[in-house]
Write a protein that binds this ligand. Structure first.
Ligand SMILES: Cc1cc2nc3c(=O)[nH]c(=O)nc-3n(C[C@H](O)[C@H](O)[C@H](O)COP(=O)(O)OP(=O)(O)OC[C@H]3O[C@@H](n4cnc5c(N)ncnc54)[C@H](O)[C@@H]3O)c2cc1C
Length: 141
């Protein structure tokens, strides 16, 4: 957060009027949006207009500053498909046979994580199979 603030990627505001100015929105609409969230967080209503339900311990009313804001965009988190490899990080063809001289690891591979990926496992995957691929490639195994 400290680094993001220093880079200007996160902005800090003491109150909602200041925050509205930073993101260039009507302060009253911003306050109404926060209040709409707070009503759900206080369990005064079950959902907001978007269907949000407060069913997590982090879903608490937001009433105190400072307020932080950052622009968010959708991004690809991880791709499940890709080149199939064996335990030696050799790329294999559709019949499961090694393709000589071709190794792969990390994001470019597919099938390592089954049908879904546990958060954090991509880094473990690329470190483990990257090392195996590099080792086997240099030893031409
Ligand atoms: C926002 C976000 C959050 C994430 N958080 C997590 C997390 O918390 N935990 C986790 O485990 N995973 C996380 N992931 C997934 C993880 O970051 C990726 O799976 C991982 O970085 C893939 O590493 P990689 O080295 O296989 O591929 P990449 O990191 O994609 O590296 C490929 C490299 O190859 C380079 N390249 C491409 N084409 C060429 C070319 N023709 N010639 C030379 N170089 C080329 C690219 O520039 C790039 O540097 C996150 C991903 C995103 C996007």
């Amino acid at each position: 957060m400290r680094d993001m603030l220093a880079q200007g990627r996160v902005k800090k505001a003491a109150n909602l009027d200041e925050l509205a100015k930073i993101i260039n929105v009507d302060p009253n609409r911003l306050k109404a949006a926060i209040e709409s969230y707070n009503k759900v967080a206080r369990h005064e209503v079950e959902t907001d207009q978007f269907g949000f339900k407060a069913n997590h311990t982090d879903d608490r009313p937001m009433t105190e500053g400072p307020w932080y804001v950052a622009r968010k965009v959708p991004t690809i988190h991880h791709t499940m498909g890709g080149i199939h490899i064996d335990t030696g990080a050799h790329a294999v063809n559709a019949n499961g046979q090694r393709i000589p001289g071709l190794y792969a690891a990390g994001e470019v591979t597919g099938g390592i994580h089954g049908a879904n990926r546990l958060g954090g496992n991509a880094v473990a995957d690329l470190m483990v199979f990257g090392r195996i691929a590099g080792k086997n490639a240099t030893e031409a195994k």
